[in-house]
Design a protein. Structure first.
Length: 499
């Protein structure tokens, strides 16, 4: 009988803290000495954050907490609870076998009988068979013609290494999009799909996990205990019923069955602390979503909001900041970072396949309620948006005045929006600005100087974008004056925005 013990097999990619080398380690090793590893190092960002949430669920289940802020601070000062975690893993050893005959890890062995029952009522031509293992990779990878960045596996019938399959299993449960599955019809969207998912980063994996400890009055139960509830249940939510099939050696996964699982957890009662929330115009809040046409850095200030009363910002970062305030300044500066992950939500056919992984600085001062540095940073982003609007207006005016017979929406829309060249040019300048703000968030003379450099970069990017876009205009006695006038109007608006 095949077996793949996640506690002893090397299946988790990590980067070692000592020399940065990469390795694949077991669940036991990564949680026995997490300070020896700088971070998880999965090539698939969705699998990386899903694996981090699994590790966090094990740690918090072993501690059965923390249930209050004092316990979290005490644990942070004491260090990583390796002994408690080792005892917990030993107690639940049988739960972490990927191919266990009756309780395979994060799977449902009854899917085989469900498939047999369905096929018993179907004709020979309509009988369903397990799908190739690569279907576990991600639902949208099935539509190869819609993939922008193909991280998919090559060869429809290629088998998966069992460790890779375990990581994809975690990612699938967390990020799968809504759509038809083999058993049960149409599946609901998974808990993390569509939203920006954030996690604080420490100097090593041990500190990352300690910074990510989340306080709940009741921890609940993770999926491997047989019931799913509370915070531990949310970390290991079974959004799909999945069953993996191994080869004779137990080292590879050859096929998979996927069925409907549990619908997403209740949104209000189980607010996700790893989501970033921002205020809406009606005073409510909404999640910051992954938008394929919008770069992540444009929403970075949503990560730094710190408003417990109105549940704005990312709760896990606010809690991490409370811990960081109890460390010495040198340690705090080296620990301060936040990783951002995500993939588009919606139905499988709605948007192309892509994923997001980004990293931003996380100074404690940024997470101070009403932080003036974050307010100033938000103002810089607002300037970029206003320049975008000015560009669209003047580009449209240049074409309309110079070509009265041109149907703008039909002929010019690809040039006007989304002004990709402008935003591509602005991003490096914003990254530099963000680093300057993070380095000295309370030094206003320094921040003013950095803002001036930013303003110059945005002006240059806007004028370059205008010049490139208007190359499509054929110069004539009518179009030349219109082009000059539009450029002068754009320069006036830029002066007004940055005055």
């Amino acid at each position: 009988m095949s077996s793949y013990d996640l506690l002893t097999e090397g299946w988790i990619p990590v980067a070692r803290a000592k020399d940065g080398s990469f390795a694949a380690v077991s669940l036991t090793e990564v949680l026995a000495t997490p300070s020896e590893f700088a971070a998880l190092a999965d090539a698939n960002p969705l699998a990386e954050i899903a694996t981090l949430r699994l590790l966090l669920a094990i740690v918090q289940a072993a501690l059965n907490g923390p249930t209050k802020d004092d316990d979290r601070l005490r644990q942070f000062r004491q260090g990583f609870p390796a002994d408690e975690v080792a005892g917990y893993l030993e107690t639940h050893r049988t739960c972490f076998d990927l191919f266990h005959p009756t309780a395979p890890f994060f799977q449902d062995h009854t899917l085989l009988s469900s498939l047999a029952e369905r096929n018993s009522k179907a004709t020979a031509s309509s009988q369903m068979r397990p799908r190739p293992a690569v279907d576990l990779g991600f639902p949208q990878m099935a539509a190869a013609q819609k993939i922008l960045h193909s991280h998919a596996h090559h060869g429809a019938n290629r088998v998966l290494d069992a460790g890779e399959a375990a990581r994809l299993l975690l990612a699938h449960q967390a990020f799968a999009r809504a759509g038809k599955v083999q058993i049960g019809g149409s599946a609901k969207i998974s808990p993390l799909s569509g939203a920006l998912v954030v996690a604080p980063e420490g100097r090593n994996l041990a500190e990352t996990l300690l910074l990510s400890l989340h306080v709940r009055n009741s921890m609940g139960s993770p999926v491997w205990t047989g019931s799913v509830s509370g915070w531990l249940g949310r970390l290991t939510w079974p959004s799909r019923r999945i069953l993996l099939f191994s080869d004779d050696t137990g080292r590879h996964v050859t096929h998979v069955i996927i069925g409907t699982g549990r619908p997403p957890p209740e949104k209000i009662a189980n607010r996700e602390p790893m989501f970033a929330y921002r205020r809406a115009k009606n005073a409510n809040r909404y999640r910051v979503l992954v938008q394929p046409e919008r770069a992540t850095w444009r929403d970075v200030t949503a990560l730094y909001q710190s408003d417990h009363a109105n549940q704005m910002g990312a709760e896990i970062l606010t809690e991490a900041a409370l811990l960081l305030r109890h460390t010495d300044p040198d340690l705090r500066s080296r620990m301060a970072a936040v990783n951002v992950y995500g993939a588009p939500g919606g139905a499988q056919k709605d948007t192309p396949a892509l994923w997001i992984r980004d990293r931003f600085p996380l100074p404690v001062e940024f997470l101070t309620p009403g932080s003036p540095a974050v307010a100033a940073l938000s103002g810089r982003l607002d300037e970029a948006d206003r320049v975008d609007a000015a560009l669209q207006k003047q580009l449209a005016a240049a074409f309309r005045r110079g070509n009265k017979d041109l149907k703008l929406k039909r002929d010019y829309r690809p040039t006007v929006r989304p002004l990709a060249s402008y935003w591509w040019a602005v991003e490096p300048a914003f990254r530099v600005l963000l680093a300057q703000y993070a380095a000295q968030p309370l030094n206003w003379a320094h921040l003013d100087a950095a803002s001036e450099v930013w303003a110059d970069a945005v002006r240059v990017a806007a004028l370059d974008c205008f010049a490139k876009a208007t190359q499509a205009i054929a110069l004539s006695p009518r179009s030349a004056p219109a082009l000059v006038r539009a450029r002068l109007d754009l320069e006036r608006q830029l002066t007004k925005i940055f005055s």
